[in-house]
Design a protein around this ligand. Structure first.
Ligand code: NAI
Length: 334
């Protein structure tokens, strides 16, 4: 059984290699690591593989899935939770096995969300650089006390709940919005409709999946509903935000600050060293000019615990495929 990894990084190799020997029939599993993103141009690398293992920015549209099928690939192992990059209908039509890692460490992303909020709020990133230069001035580092603030959690699933718990611990009032609210949220805060959440929250944090119905949920229509000067945080998927509209809201001071770990056009940038290149994404570059914007390159999931869990669950999914068993992590159920 040969598995071709796409978009693989040294840390993927480390955690998947480390977990391999403890898998059943590990001698029969061969791992081949490609750093290229899966796309119509690179799909040829999957020739001879039985399965591909892919991540958030790999392209799994109909032409790619058809090409994979043509090469004899029968299983798609997503080493991530979201699967907005997959053409579900095409996968079904081709009879592919597709499974994901629905939850590895919700706390890893939730804790990271708080790291972004407090970095942006208390300016620790600027303080770090200043002190290293011998500048101990506090001018420009003024923050807000989180205790007593109102935080809106959009999507109260696994990560949203874990984030709500942490904000509650800070003494914040927590509001939630979710068409399918988790019962556990009742102990943490109040469920409200999106316009009320946007109007009352000092911090709005997005934790819902990217789907056609949630694409650009933060837009020129919804940004004016937000409390003036509020902070917007997105650690979910870039497409939830219309970045152009957010830039206008930052310019007009309607939006107070922005922290994002995901970006709509991130597949051209993230997970690569582009430091010697000219980055020809004017929207991204405009974002970089704001002192009240913090951008990181999709690292919310990036803890040892989460990577270990991702490898373990991916191998479990592979085992289901090899044994022709129902898989609880299949994305094609029903
Ligand atoms: P989950 O499936 O447990 O929760 C998502 C929640 O969003 C569900 O409760 C669902 O009902 C809700 N939802 C659906 N439509 C909504 C809408 N229109 N408005 C509000 N809520 C809505 O997913 P989980 O594990 O909490 O992950 C959330 C997202 O976080 C994933 O879809 C993924 O895109 C992202 N993620 C980001 C990572 C990173 O490294 N930055 C790592 C892992 C996940």
């Amino acid at each position: 059984m040969k598995i071709a990894f796409f978009a693989s990084q040294p840390y993927d190799r480390r955690f998947f290699d480390e977990a391999l020997p403890s898998q059943p029939d590990s001698a029969g599993i061969e791992l081949v690591y490609h750093s290229a993103l899966l796309s119509q141009e690179t799909v040829v690398l999957a020739q001879g593989a039985d399965a591909v293992c892919v991540f958030v920015n790999d392209v799994l549209d109909a032409p790619v899935l058809e090409a994979l099928h043509g090469y004899g690939v029968r299983a798609i192992l997503l080493r991530c939770a979201g699967y907005n990059n997959l053409d579900l209908e095409a996968a079904k039509r081709l009879g592919l096995f597709v499974a994901r890692v629905p939850a590895y460490s919700p706390e890893a992303v939730a804790e990271y969300t708080l790291a972004l909020v407090q970095t942006l709020n208390r300016h620790t990133h600027r303080a770090y650089a200043r002190v290293r230069e011998g500048n101990f001035s506090l001018d420009g580092l003024l923050g807000a006390t989180l205790f007593g603030k109102t935080v809106g959690i959009v999507g109260t699933g696994k990560i949203g709940l874990a984030t709500a718990r942490i904000f509650k611990g800070f003494g914040c009032t927590v509001l939630g919005h979710d068409p399918y609210p988790a019962p556990a949220f009742a102990q943490l805060g109040t469920m409200v409709e999106l316009p009320q959440l946007l109007a009352e929250s000092d911090i709005v944090s997005l934790h819902c999946p990217l789907m056609e119905s949630t694409r650009h949920m933060i837009s020129e229509e919804t940004l004016p509903l937000m409390k003036k000067g509020a902070m917007l945080v997105n650690t979910s998927r870039g497409g939830l935000i219309d970045t152009g509209a957010v830039i206008e809201a930052l310019k007009s001071r309607q939006l107070g600050s922005l922290a994002i770990d995901v970006y709509e056009q991130e597949s051209n940038l993230f997970f690569q060293d582009r430091s010697s290149d000219i980055i020809d994404d004017d929207i991204f570059q405009r974002l970089m000019t704001f002192p009240n914007v913090l951008v990181t390159g999709h690292q919310g999931f990036f803890t040892s615990e989460a990577l270990r869990e991702i490898a373990a669950i991916t191998y479990h999914n592979l085992q289901c495929f090899r044994q022709g068993k129902q898989c609880e992590n299949s994305v094609l159920a029903g």
